[in-house]
Design a protein around this ligand. Structure first.
Ligand code: DP6
Length: 331
């Protein structure tokens, strides 16, 4: 009844922004990401304890806290409804990167939690079913069940059974792909993705245009990954990121995740590209800039990013592995 798992954050190349069903966590659009080999969440669960307990990065977060009620509480309710199991659970989880600062901490966390729960309860779920379970914790966690390059299908079923993740290609398919995460601020963001996307769906005049353009981006990025066409993947992912941020900025009240460092880095990346250094940027619900490049240019870009004023940390990520069960328990 006790098990542990590790999963890694993923960085979206075609973004997920907006739900058609908030309870079942069903997206309005499909998305594609790369699971990283960095940004790991390690989670241990034990069922059969007197009451539900969550300890996240050393802090106990009980009922009444946002982390518990909106995230873990929802996940446990979904788990109990799906399996009929009623045992109480202790969950201890730790991230090796800043939580809630636009680095997909919930993706790694819930992929690890779903994987650990599956092992501890002996549910024998395969990876597709695990992706459905992880989705009930956080949408982007659907994709972190698999390593490499992953698509989360929108699906069309009302019950969400076809809103699953599929692996487009394992990490060995494109080992030269790099994401350089440039941390422009360690502060937790003011607007969480969940609240932000729901407000965007309700109020942004650009949201319909976003949805109309996603199919093109999914097809381009999927085929670019399959043929290892870096220019096609990079260009499409960068455009897709800007379209998502345009819907965020035109939300009422406006959601502007960028800070001055984010914007300065964007301009520099465009200049570096004009000089012939091929790289593209993507940004999630936070101020961090992730630079996509190939291994041959990674050292030069890392050097420039580290020297860049206002950048607090720079981390290099490669295509990483599946979420997996590990023996090391956190308690
Ligand atoms: C901008 O998965 O964090 O990173 O499903 O409400 O938990 P919830 O949201 P979350 O949103 C991620 C949004 C994004 C884009 C992406 O990862 O596709």
């Amino acid at each position: 009844m006790k098990a542990s798992a590790i999963a890694h954050a993923n960085i979206a190349l075609v973004k997920y922004w907006g739900k058609r069903d908030n309870g079942l966590m069903l997206p309005h659009n499909g998305s594609i990401s790369m699971t990283t080999d960095d940004f790991a969440a390690h989670t241990t669960v034990e069922f059969g304890v007197p009451e539900d307990v969550l300890v996240l990065n050393g802090t106990q977060l009980g009922k009444g806290t946002e982390e518990y009620d909106e995230y873990v509480g929802n996940f446990l309710a979904a788990l109990r409804e799906m399996t009929g199991r009623r045992e109480r659970v202790k969950i201890v989880s730790k991230n090796d990167f800043p939580t809630a600062a636009g680095l997909a901490s919930s993706a790694a966390g819930f992929a690890a939690l779903a994987t650990a729960v599956n092992e501890a309860l002996g549910l024998n779920l395969d990876q597709q079913a695990l992706s459905v379970l992880a989705r009930r914790g956080s949408g982007s966690a659907t994709r972190s069940i698999y390593g490499g390059f992953v698509e989360w299908l929108r699906g069309s079923n009302q019950d969400g059974r076809d809103s699953i993740a599929l692996q487009i290609a394992p990490p060995s398919h494109w080992p030269a792909f790099r994401m350089i995460a440039c941390i422009t601020s360690f502060q937790a963001k003011k607007v969480k993705s969940r609240a932000g996307m729901s407000q965007t769906v309700k109020t942004s005049a650009l949201y319909k245009g976003w949805l109309d353009s996603v199919k093109h981006d999914l097809d381009a990025v999927r085929s670019g990954i399959q043929s290892r066409d870096f220019s096609l993947v990079g260009r499409t992912a960068e455009e897709n990121c800007l379209k998502m941020h345009a819907t965020m900025m035109t939300t009422r009240p406006p959601i502007i995740y960028w800070n001055a460092g984010t914007l300065e880095l964007i301009h520099s990346i465009l200049d570096w590209r004009d000089e012939g250094l091929e790289c593209y940027f993507t940004i999630d619900a936070g101020p961090q800039v992730k630079i996509m490049c190939l291994s041959k240019d990674a050292e030069e870009i890392m050097k420039r990013a580290k020297e860049f004023p206002g950048i607090e940390d720079v981390r290099l990520a490669r295509p990483g592995p599946d979420a997996r069960v590990v023996r090391e328990h956190l308690f």
